[in-house]
Design a protein around this ligand. Structure first.
Ligand code: ADP
Ligand code: MG
Length: 438
């Protein structure tokens, strides 16, 4: 279910944005708009949908429009054109009073530079949102203490922000946002100022909190590794335009354009991609004990290998050769006896973990879930192919304001991402790309 709905939002900064909007619609690029009208294109026809209970990451280089986009959600910025719905409510139509209430209760924000009040203690900072909301002192302080403990700052409640390290200050910022119990957490480069180790601890904590509390978190970062680590969905912005929206594997396997391809090139794919994202259905499933029937099925599907399954459970593999031999031997063995045990891989395994087993077998490995049900198969070659990043098709298309960029912006990128995922398996599409690349 979608909680935040962004519909064709365009934002132009400058003295006469409506007139500049017309010039943009007439075809000026971001650079041309700035050069000819002095207006800055902040966002260009952005449409996306953020589901309840997701960690939704907005990614892009500095100046790509990330902060501009997230600030539309609680209407710190008004769009030049387009619509923002939160839980079905049109944010732009809210009165000042409604908006104040909405900001206090529905969303809370965590900032990059912590945004703490220096003359107030940790406790007072964390309790602040509740105080503004009119919650009595005892209650708000009890609640604030809970969150201070939860983010690992027990004992620091009486200290002032300047007495804390950056990582600790960011925890205060997080505790403050969580204490208001808002359904939506907006985090604008909240972890970008932290050292790598602290940052990775904070990421873990955020993932844990999210799964426990079920909040919807909109998280901005310019760091792809961070995006892949914590994001359920990732939206990639370039020059105010959405390049792609998708899950981490979708983005790695099916980058929508050269810009995204360039972005994902150096990612450790073996660690991010799971077996599930590259597996495919087996050519031949064999069920029942009858070897004559099984051999017939293998011949009909022209398969060398068949996967023996009972009630969905994987039992072993059989070759056409071994079945043919058993049939002519006529020694009374059934399919379960002819089938051979062998290695399997888990759907949830990272390719890094699964690849060694795949390289040891000469048939596509069976992929099983936790219950041992056969989910699909995958060969070592298919895994290796998914590990090879796609190549950038053309240098010209990657240029800012290039025609490819414009065309991409015309269709809502959120649908582009989804289509890619449903049309065919990401791995299959990837294999296509790999083929094209020769
Ligand atoms: P990001 O957060 O991705 O670094 P921003 O959303 O801050 O990017 O900025 C997007 C674009 O909009 C940039 O070109 C920036 O210069 C411009 N911009 C942002 N805020 C303003 C503003 N208040 N006035 C004029 N231009 C702005
Ligand atoms: Mg920003």
């Amino acid at each position: 279910m979608s909680l935040i709905e962004v519909k064709n939002v365009t934002k132009i900064f400058g003295p006469n944005p409506k007139a500049a909007l017309q010039r943009y619609r007439d075809g000026l690029s971001k650079e041309e708009l700035l050069a000819e009208t002095g207006h800055t294109l902040g966002l260009a026809d952005v449409s996306l949908s953020i589901g309840k209970g997701q960690i939704f990451v907005i990614m892009g280089l500095s100046g790509s429009g990330k902060s501009t986009l997230i600030r539309h959600f609680n209407r710190l910025i008004d769009p030049t054109d387009g619509q923002i719905l939160v839980d079905g409510d049109d944010v732009i139509k809210m009165s000042i009073r409604q908006l104040e209430r909405f900001r206090r209760t529905k969303m809370s924000m965590v900032f990059q530079r912590f945004g703490l009040m220096p003359h107030r203690t940790v406790l007072q900072n964390v309790a602040y949102g509740l105080k503004v909301r009119g919650v009595g002192r005892a209650e708000r302080e009890a609640k604030a203490m809970e969150w201070i403990e939860r983010v690992g700052l027990s004992g620091y409640d009486g200290q002032y922000p300047t007495q804390l390290s950056g990582g600790m200050q960011q925890r205060v910022g997080l505790a403050r946002a969580l204490a208001t119990d808002a359904e939506i957490l907006l985090m604008d480069e909240a972890f970008s100022a932290l050292d790598p180790l602290i940052r990775s601890q904070m990421q873990d904590q955020l993932i844990e909190l999210q799964s426990e509390l079920g909040k919807t978190i909109v998280f901005i970062t310019h760091d792809l590794d961070e995006a892949l680590r914590i994001g359920d969905q990732i939206a990639i912005l370039k020059d105010g335009r959405l390049s792609q929206v998708g899950t981490p594997p979708e983005i790695l396997l099916n980058p929508a354009d050269d810009y995204v391809t360039e972005f994902v090139r150096d990612v450790n794919r073996a660690r991010v991609l799971t077996v599930e994202t590259v597996m495919r259905p087996p050519k031949t499933r064999l069920t029942g004990a009858d070897i004559d029937k099984a051999l017939g099925e293998m011949r009909r599907t022209n398969a060398d290998w068949g996967y023996v399954v009972e009630d969905g459970r994987y039992l072993g593999v059989a070759t056409q050769e071994s079945l043919a031999a058993a049939v002519s031997a006529n020694d009374g063995r059934n399919l379960y006896e002819v089938a051979e045990d062998g290695p399997t891989v888990s759907a949830a395994d990272a390719l890094e973990a699964a690849l060694p087993a795949a390289l040891e077998t000469d048939y596509p490995l069976p992929v099983v879930d936790k219950e041992g049900l056969l989910m699909g198969v995958v060969s070592g070659r298919e895994m290796s192919s998914a590990l090879t990043p796609p190549k950038v098709a053309s240098a010209a298309a990657a240029e800012p304001g290039g025609s490819a960029g414009r065309a991409g912006g015309a269709a809502p990128a959120s649908t582009a991402g989804k289509t890619a995922a449903t049309a065919e398996s990401p791995a299959a599409a990837h294999r296509e790309t790999a083929k094209l690349d020769g």
